[in-house]
Write a protein of this length. Structure first.
Lengths: 193, 605
């Protein structure tokens, strides 16, 4: 069984990312199970998607310490869900902070640098990525770009081509090209480093 | 047969279509909303009649009429929606149905997005209905068809009750061929459709007999079963819903007997076989101890000495959602295994930001709340809230929701508060969809009883919190048509409200004037704040705003007054996150230094 967790803030597109993984896995003969945060918590709250790929899967939720891959769309959310990452698991984290809305009201803010330093100290397999470099103007494609990095790592039990097919199937044709570009950008970034 | 990646709610919808459903009604509510939307999306040729009803009571009654005519009907709602639909449901069971009638009632352990942790399995027991409790999207898909068949065999409505982890989890679901569609015979006049005390007594007797029959039948239903019959130990586990999946994940093959329960009423004969030879049983389920109580009952009635461990004995938590860890720890403690989850020695992480849900950047509700807050500053006022996105107006810095109870309650709770404090201004905030759902009755009550309240209708032209569903005020129907939009203004005027003030909340000057106008009057006043939800504006975005750092004095007012997720402080200057700003311009209006500018040129004050 292969377990991937996606952590982010409501509105960052975690649900689509998890559906793309599940669809890619199914196209290669695996079964998939996901669990999503939908509803009130989505409005700017912490969200996670659990994606499990394998032959026989019971729980839709990954147990603590069970994620082979943790994709964090935001540093603090990466730290928050780090408890799910398995020993030796790979973490991909976007460096750019999404500050909580109530941050400036006193106390409830944080330093992305501190979060990243903590992650560097605690995670042996860590890739950090700059969201602006990855997605540029198209901030909405950050999810797909991060997925590209994860796919480029070769960690998934299927090849990156499965994702390209899943993108073709699931993305609105109007936004397909920019998403494919974002995915390829992420994938190549892995190859370069 | 093909496998498809389906969310639990999609699986239920496709399962119902497969079973030949003819009428689908409902009211949106997380985590149930996608069921009806999926039916509408897959309604090729418009063969199925689909509607968002005005509320759950209306939805069930429409479906009941269709089922009286012999059609298969599906009604969707969240658990608290069943409270609204409980009046027709209780007597509908006595009257019965001809076509299968399935209520999809989604429970929300946690809760993740609800105002109660009620257990619909208890409701089924109370209403004397059969209920099916899937543990996965695959089961939900199969149970949809089973539920229709069961409903028709017994001539009673039934409930299909997924929980959030089933509704909002995706799985690879094996798609089965369609079941042959039959043409509904149509309504046949008969005394059976009119409820009278004599009929109630006779039908009550029948219902009790049927429940006994269902207990027997459910012992052989494929979703009720036990495994590990050859296990040597004297310990067994019983589970239902997603907790069953968590138990399976933590149990080796045949490690102990494992009973899976998917129905109300309880499959007695099956459970008795499971209990045979056991000394202790651990029960894993969410919300109420329903399976646990049934096992205690069976042991008592049959003189079985097995101990039943669960919520009542402190072995499982009584409230909240079960996690894989809670179940894993309970299972290993019960079986005497080493704990599977070991805390690692990682250093203490830095302090994490708290992220409560907030109104979106550009949300017109923020503008409405801000206008009211500013306009009545210094005057004692109580702000009753209601159910919807605008409940989030309770958060700092807006702090504009003093009460929230249930759908439509804000308008009426405000009246009770007013009776006890007539010298204070009483506002009741209510959204457009909630207004139609159950707000109108409260306004009639206020007019009739001559109460002094201000009802502020936050009309954003959609049912926003549950994902932008249409409602009577939008006129958009789920059959692709457009009906006459029902005007909230005309409705309240017809109810006898003469003081109606209308404003676009994004025009703060006009909005504040409207509030002051209403506050100066007596009786029932209605403030109508009209501005569409930003989720409806995709594709026709307004110019965004940015800070002129030269002019920004770092006073933080834009941050502290509004709590907009797009506005924050960076190096002592205000900063607008480009991807987040929706261009409402509210912040430009509160900036005393005029440092916030529209990228479209000019300044919105």
């Amino acid at each position: 069984m292969f377990n991937c967790m996606i952590a982010g803030v409501g509105g960052q597109g975690t649900v689509l990312a998890s559906k793309l993984i599940a669809a890619a896995a199914m196209s290669r003969g695996f079964n998939a199970r996901t669990a999503e945060t939908i509803g009130m918590a989505q409005r700017g709250g912490s969200v996670v998607s659990h994606v499990r790929v394998g032959a026989e899967i019971f729980s839709p939720v990954i147990p603590l310490g069970g994620a082979d891959l943790l994709i964090a769309f935001e540093p603090a959310e990466g730290v928050r869900q780090l408890k799910y990452l398995s020993k030796g698991g790979l973490m991909v984290v976007c460096e750019n902070a999404v500050k909580p809305a109530s941050g400036a009201l006193g106390g409830n803010t944080y330093d992305a640098g501190e979060m990243l330093a903590y992650l560097r100290a605690s995670v042996s397999n860590l890739i950090t990525a700059n969201g602006a470099e990855l997605a540029g103007e198209n901030i909405k494609t950050l999810n797909v770009a991060l997925l590209g990095i994860a796919a480029g790592s070769g960690k998934f039990p299927f090849e990156a081509g499965a994702f390209e097919e899943a993108l073709q199937q699931m993305i609105n044709p109007r936004f397909l090209e920019m998403n494919i570009k974002a995915f390829e950008g992420g994938k190549n970034r892995w190859t370069i480093h | 047969m093909a496998k498809k990646l389906l969310m639990g709610n999609e699986a239920i919808a496709l399962g119902a279509i497969r079973a030949g459903v003819r009428v689908v009604t409902g009211y949106p509510g997380t985590p149930s909303s996608e069921v009806l939307e999926t039916v509408a999306k897959n309604n090729s040729g418009g063969q199925i009649y689909v509607e968002w009803s005005v509320n759950e009571k209306a939805a069930l009654e429409v479906a009941a009429g269709a089922a009286y005519s012999g059609a298969r009907a599906l009604v969707t709602m969240k658990q608290v929606g069943l409270n609204v639909a409980s009046d027709p449901l209780m007597s509908l069971n006595y009257v019965g149905v001809k076509g299968g009638l399935v209520l999809v009632v989604a429970d929300d352990p946690g809760p993740i997005s609800s105002q109660t942790e009620q257990d619909t399995r208890r409701f089924a027991g109370f209403a004397k209905l059969a209920l099916f409790d899937p543990s996965s999207p695959e089961e939900a898909y199969e149970m949809a068809a089973y539920a229709f068949a069961h409903s028709e065999r017994y001539g009673r409505p039934v409930i299909l009750r997924p929980t959030t982890r089933v509704c909002h989890s995706c799985a690879s679901v094996e798609i089965s061929p369609e079941i042959a569609r039959r043409t509904p015979p149509g309504f046949e006049k008969s005394s059976r459709w009119t409820i009278f005390p004599k009929l109630v007594y006779e039908n009550h007797q029948k219902i009790e007999d049927e429940l006994v029959r269902a207990r027997v039948e459910f012992s052989n239903m494929s979703h009720n079963f036990y495994t590990g019959g050859n296990a040597a130990g004297k310990k067994g586990i019983a589970a239902g819903g997603v907790s069953y999946a968590y138990v399976r994940e933590n149990l080796k093959e045949d490690e102990c007997k494992l009973l899976k329960i998917s129905t109300v009423p309880f499959p007695d004969a099956l459970a008795l076989k499971f209990l045979d030879g056991l000394e202790e049983v651990l029960v894993a389920e969410e919300l109420d101890p329903v399976i646990e109580d049934e096992l205690v009952r069976l042991c008592g009635v049959n003189g079985i000495s097995a101990k039943i461990l669960g919520k009542r004995t402190g072995h499982m938590p009584r409230a909240g959602e079960n996690t894989p860890e809670i179940v894993a720890n309970a299972v290993s403690a019960f079986l005497g295994n080493a704990k599977t989850v070991s805390p690692d020695g990682a250093p203490e992480p830095p302090r994490l930001p708290v992220r409560p849900p907030v109104l979106c950047a550009g949300c017109p509700h923020r503008a409405s709340f801000h206008a009211v807050k500013e306009a009545v500053k210094g005057t004692p006022a109580v702000f009753s809230g209601d159910i919807g996105c605008y409940t989030l107006g309770n958060a700092q810095p807006l702090d504009m929701v003093d009460t929230c109870l249930c759908m439509g309650a804000g308008v009426t709770v405000a009246q009770g508060l007013q009776r006890m404090a007539p010298e204070v201004l009483h506002f009741a905030f209510i959204g457009d969809s909630t207004f139609f759902h159950s707000g109108i009755t409260g306004i009639v009550n206020a007019v009739y009883n001559q109460t002094d309240i201000i009802v502020a209708v936050l009309d954003n032209s959609t049912t926003a919190m549950t994902g932008s569903q249409p409602h009577p005020g939008t006129g958009v129907t789920m059959m692709g048509g457009q009906s006459e939009k029902i005007s909230i203004e005309k409705v309240v005027r017809a109810l006898g409200v003469s003081e109606v003030y209308k404003a676009d909340p994004l025009d703060q000057k006009a909005a504040k004037e409207a509030v002051r106008g209403a506050a100066a009057q007596k009786g029932v006043r209605v403030l109508l704040f009209e501005s569409p939800c930003i989720a409806l504006l995709r594709g026709k975005e307004k110019p965004k705003y940015k800070i002129n750092p030269e002019k920004c004095t770092g006073c933080t007012l834009c941050v502290k007054k509004l709590g907009c997720p797009a506005v924050s402080m960076e190096s002592r200057k205000a900063y607008i996150t480009p991807g987040l700003c929706a261009g409402c311009g509210l912040c430009a209006g509160v900036c005393p230094a005029k440092a916030i500018l529209s990228e479209g040129g000019g300044q919105n004050v």
